[in-house]
Write a protein that binds this ligand. Structure first.
Ligand SMILES: Nc1ncnc2c1ncn2[C@@H]1O[C@H](COP(=O)(O)OP(=O)(O)O)[C@@H](O)[C@H]1O
Ligand SMILES: [Mg+2]
Length: 383
C-alpha cells in the first residue's frame, strides 16, 4: 500500500477520539500536513450555499476570512459537484480564485456525509504540480474518516443529551411524586384540625404528621441540592464532636421513625472529627433513614462510633430486609431504588460522594432477612 495512505489510515483513527468538531478539523489538518507536506491548508464547511472557514494552517487572516459561494472557483466547484480536483498549475487554471499569494498548485476534496457534500478540505502548494493523483485518493480517504468522526461525535452528543434528559426526567418525576404525598398528608392534617374535636392526643398526632411531612420535603430539597452540586466538592471542614453530631441526626429522624424501631447509640464522647458538618450530617441522615426504611416490620437500628487502629469508625446497622447480592453494587448508583414505594435513589449516591470527598471510605455488609451494616472509616492521617 502507498506509504501516505498507510499513514492516513493509521492517524485517521485518532480523529474518532476527538471531543469537538474543531478538534476534528485541527487534527485532520495536522495529519494532512504530516503526510502530504504543503504550504497552506484550509477546511471550509457549507452553510446554506456559502463555504465558511472553520480551520486553517498557513493562511493569512484576510485570505482565510474570504467566504466562497457554492460553484465559485475550485473550492466552490468541488463543493457543488462533490468531485475532488487537482489543479497542477493554478496560474493556468481559469477556475482558480486568488487567495494566498504564491499558490501554484492545489488539491481540493469534498467532505461528504450521506452522499451530500458538507464541506471541503483544500491544500495548496507554492510549487506547481505538487499534488499527484495518488495524493487525491489519500485525501479522499482522510475526508471520509473526518466525516465519520463528525458523525460519531454528533451521535455521541445526542446520546449524552438523551441520557441527561432521562436522568433529569426520572429524578423530577420521583421527587414530585414524593412531594405530592407529603402535600397530601399536610392537607389531611389541616382537615383533621378543622373538623374534628381537638383532643390533645389527636393534636399531638397531627402535629407529628405535619412535622414529618415538612422534614421529608426539606430532606428531599437538601438531597436535590446535594445531587445537583455533585461537580462542586468544596468542603467547609471544621472540628466536630461526633457524638453530638450523631445525636442531632437521631433527633432529626425521630419523627420519621416508627415506634417499633428501637434505636441504640453508642459513641465515645471524646471523638472529634474534621468534617464539613452540614454535608457529613446529610450522609448520616440518609444512612439512618435507609436503615429505618429497611425495617417495615420493626427492628433495631444500631449506631456506633469508635476508634480502631487510630481511625474513627462509624457503623450504622439495621435488622431489616437486607440487600440482595445482585444489587449490592448498584445501591451507590444515582436513581437506583429497590423495594420501596417512595424512593428517589439519590441517597446512597450522595452518601458515597460525601464520604469520599472527605477522603473517608464506606463499605457495606448485608444478609437477606437479617440486616445491613454500613461502615464509614476515616482516612489515615486526617484528624
Ligand atoms: N439499610 C438498607 N437495607 C436494605 N436496603 C438498602 C439499605 N440502604 C439502601 N438500600 C437499598 O439501596 C437502594 C438505594 O438507596 P438510596 O440511594 O438511598 O435510594 P432510596 O432510599 O431513595 O431508594 C434502596 O432503594 C434499597 O434497595
Ligand atoms: Mg434512601
Amino acid at each position: 500500500m502507498d506509504e501516505k495512505l498507510k499513514m492516513v489510515n493509521f492517524l485517521g483513527q485518532y480523529l474518532a477520539a476527538s471531543r469537538s468538531e474543531g478538534q476534528i478539523f485541527d487534527m485532520a489538518l495536522m495529519i494532512s500536513q504530516n503526510v502530504m507536506g504543503f504550504d497552506h491548508a484550509i477546511i471550509r464547511m457549507l452553510e446554506k450555499d456559502l463555504l465558511i472557514t472553520r480551520s486553517h494552517i498557513g493562511f493569512p487572516r484576510d485570505a482565510a476570512d474570504i467566504v466562497i459561494k457554492l460553484g465559485e472557483g475550485i473550492t466552490g466547484e468541488v463543493a457543488k459537484t462533490g468531485q475532488a480536483i487537482v489543479s497542477e498549475d493554478t496560474q493556468k487554471d481559469p477556475r482558480f480564485l486568488k487567495g494566498v499569494d504564491g499558490c501554484r498548485s492545489e488539491l481540493c476534496v469534498p467532505l461528504t456525509y450521506n452522499k451530500a457534500t458538507i464541506g471541503v478540505i483544500n491544500l495548496e502548494s507554492e510549487k506547481p504540480g505538487f499534488f499527484t493523483k495518488q495524493d487525491k485518493s489519500v485525501m479522499e480517504t482522510l475526508a471520509s474518516q473526518m466525516a465519520a468522526a463528525m458523525e460519531t461525535k454528533r451521535l455521541r452528543d445526542e446520546l449524552m443529551r438523551a441520557e441527561k434528559l432521562s436522568v433529569v426526567g426520572q429524578m423530577a418525576s420521583s421527587i414530585l411524586h414524593d412531594i405530592r404525598n407529603d402535600i397530601h398528608t399536610l392537607n389531611i392534617s389541616a382537615d383533621l384540625l378543622k373538623s374534628r374535636e381537638l383532643n390533645p392526643r389527636l393534636v399531638k398526632k397531627v402535629s407529628e404528621m405535619v412535622k414529618g411531612s415538612g422534614e421529608n420535603i426539606y430532606g428531599l430539597i437538601e438531597d436535590i441540592f446535594e445531587f445537583v452540586k455533585t461537580g462542586e466538592s468544596r468542603l467547609y471542614k471544621k472540628g466536630v464532636n461526633l457524638s453530638g453530631l450523631l445525636r442531632s441526626v437521631l433527633e432529626e429522624t425521630k419523627s420519621g421513625t416508627p415506634d417499633n424501631v428501637r434505636v441504640n447509640l453508642s459513641s465515645d464522647e471524646s471523638i472529634e472529627i474534621e468534617v464539613d458538618r452540614r454535608r457529613f450530617k446529610r450522609a448520616l441522615l440518609n444512612l439512618v433513614s435507609n436503615g429505618v426504611e429497611a425495617m417495615p416490620e420493626g427492628g433495631e437500628l444500631t449506631i456506633s462510633a469508635s476508634v480502631k487502629g487510630g481511625r474513627v469508625v462509624i457503623e450504622i446497622g439495621d435488622t431489616g430486609v437486607g440487600i440482595e447480592n445482585w444489587h449490592i453494587e448498584k445501591i451507590w448508583e444515582p436513581l437506583f431504588t429497590h423495594g420501596k414505594k417512595r424512593g428517589t435513589g439519590l441517597g446512597m449516591a450522595i452518601v458515597k460522594k460525601i464520604v469520599e470527598d472527605h477522603g473517608w471510605k464506606i463499605g457495606v455488609e448485608s444478609h437477606i432477612g437479617k440486616g445491613t451494616t454500613f461502615t464509614i472509616t476515616q482516612a489515615r492521617g486526617t484528624p
